[in-house]
Design a protein around this ligand. Sequence first.
Ligand code: ADP
Length: 398
Amino acid sequence: MSKIVLTFNAGSSSLKFAAFGADNGRLNHLAAGQVEGIGANPKGSVKRATGETTEFAFDRAAGKLDHHAATRVILHWLEQVGYASGIIAVGHRVVHGGPNLTEPMLIDEAALAILRKLIPLAPLHQPHNLAGIEAAIRAFPGKPQVACFDTAFHRSHPFVSDTFALPRAYYDEGVRRYGFHGLSYEYITSTLKKIAPQIVREDVIVAHLGNGASMCAIKNGRSIASTMGFTALDGLPMGTRCGQLDPGVLLYLMAEKKMTAEQISDLLYKESGLKGMSGISQDMRELEASDSPHARDAIDYFVARIRRELAGLAASVEGVEGIVFTGGIGENSSRIRKAVLSGMEWMGIVLDDEANDAGAQMISAKESRTVVFVIPTDEERMIAKHTIEIALDPRKHQ
Ligand code: ADP
């Protein structure tokens, strides 16, 4: 029987999962799927590497689906296709590892207690991650469970990249710029090592542009600065999140508009960004296809912020040898990549238009001093890799 590693990514209303074969030291993607509509009307499907897709069936009479019930639906499918008995470990995406967790961690009772203590730092995400972990512990008893943190990759930041200019006591109690999307940046860094070993030791800026969007400056394979801060709201505008905002705006919303914390949270997380600016959609494909001036404004602002951050991050690593685009927009939108990089010759960037339009892996021109890549990210594979390393390392089980 093949060894299989499962990965879980549990959100408030969804549970995404992937299965990898883990024989001969290689990770072989077998399937990926999701259950959506947790707490409401569930739906979900799984796609195998062969291309075969299965829609999950739900027992509507059983009432609202929670993470435990969603996990049972996934387990049932794993049993049907003969994967369940091969599972050797489950890896979990966990948004917050706080100031001290710098590496993935085997989950036991003590680890769960640490993760629960971090809930105040990510109240909208961490509880759902924990619900996914608890459901997986129940569904796969006795199998090692591993937490992989979106913040861990950024713990190498120097103080100036981690702090706000608040009284020191706030920093000490954990009010810091944590940075997120760390599993994506780690995956890109490890991929760059293979495809461009000459630049991974140098200074690289990675733009992860998806529904969530951030950028990261990397030196010698380590994160130096990130556009995301205390929460995943800061930095670039995103599908529905505002990105950088003057904190004075919050004071205005509270004092003049009498908005509650919950209303402000909804505004900043769910109603802003591309969706709020365009009034049309959070989906970049729809905005690119639209001739509405508000859609154009939203795209222009998105691009303008990326260009500002590119220059700012370049200063924090004192120059840039390589740039990587990843995430749904970064990987697929030649228009956004071109808009971001045009007129950047002063940074040593010359785009190869044909390569960019063709979606090539390297899209910079031969004469470009800075090499530009498009690399599809794979956070699930990164989780699976960490998970198998920890699950197979007896020292981690003492
Ligand atoms: P998430 O952060 O949810 O993982 P993704 O990385 O899948 O998101 O990115 C989703 C975004 O990518 C959406 O805005 C979508 O419109 C955009 N996208 C996907 N394909 C294209 C494309 N061909 N052109 C432009 N944008 C695209």
